[in-house]
Design a protein around this ligand. Structure first.
Ligand code: CDP
Ligand code: CDP
Length: 226
């Protein structure tokens, strides 16, 4: 069986990671949540009060950041470690969500993350989700999925998830955060979120996790066996 690269890009909270994780588990591939990398970098900047607009300080901070994923192929869970500490829960909190898109717009931050992401995909057999994976990170990926869903549905999904994971969620905060990030992510200068020309679109507004997986698994098998 041939190993391919599968990219999953799209708007915030539409189910990219849910799909990418399940797909990797089915195919026995590596799953990488590239958003977790930008979130972990943001967490480091917040914790260390880095002035991201001071180039010297920014470069020094990036040199002090070590990111590793701990992937469990049996459960499909993938936890990001920032300088040896599991920060998977910490990076999902609102303070990080509210700062991450500003951090992810910085050229030095993107160069740092993209270089790591390309290394992770060197031997293929990988599913990576994010915003620019099919356009910038792996422009020659064999299967590119562009995900979208109705905004109200995305808000509900993120609200329910946040409440379940952290015990607290505020609907207006979630709406504001999703709108702001979608705006910043689609309008930034470097690698904005956009659909790659050769991407297949999946609107999952009316699909549950199992249904979206079945559709994309079929697409993946056609590429792998074709
Ligand atoms: O899961 P959610 O849709 O909330 O976002 P995420 O995938 O965790 O990504 C968090 C943020 O990181 C995004 O809003 C983008 O600003 C940034 N990001 C990016 O710029 N490029 C990527 N490949 C992935 C994430
Ligand atoms: O990675 P992204 O921000 O695009 O979304 P996610 O973290 O995979 O999914 C956000 C929430 O939506 C999670 O709680 C998923 O379980 C849920 N979800 C859903 O309800 N229906 C889907 N078809 C996909 C995801």
């Amino acid at each position: 069986m041939k190993n391919i690269i599968i990219t999953v890009d799209g708007y915030s909270s539409c189910g990219k990671s849910t799909l990418a994780r399940a797909l990797a588990q089915e195919l026995n591939y590596i799953f990488i949540d590239s958003g977790a990398m930008y979130r972990a970098i943001t967490l480091y900047f917040l914790n260390n009060q880095i002035d991201i607009f001071d180039d010297h300080e920014l470069e020094k901070a990036l040199r002090n950041i070590n990111l590793k994923f701990q992937y469990d192929p049996v459960s499909g869970s993938s936890h990001i470690h920032l300088n040896g500490v599991n920060v998977e829960n910490e990076i999902r909190k609102m303070n990080v969500s509210n700062a991450v898109s500003k951090v992810a717009a910085l050229e030095k931050v993107r160069d740092f993350a993209v270089e790591m992401q390309r290394k992770m995909g060197r031997s293929k057999g990988i599913v990576m989700d994010g915003r620019d994976i099919g356009t910038t990170v792996f422009p020659k990926a064999e299967l590119k999925v562009f995900m979208t869903a109705d905004k109200n549905i995305r808000v509900k999904r993120r609200y329910d998830e946040l409440k379940q994971k952290t015990g607290y969620a505020n609907l207006n905060d979630v709406i504001r955060n999703i709108e702001n990030r979608d705006h910043l992510d689609t309008t930034r200068k470097i690698s904005p979120l956009r659909q790659a020309e050769d991407a297949v679109v999946l609107d999952n507004s009316e699909l549950n996790a199992e249904e979206q997986l079945a559709i994309v698994l079929q697409w993946a098998k056609e590429k792998i066996n074709g």
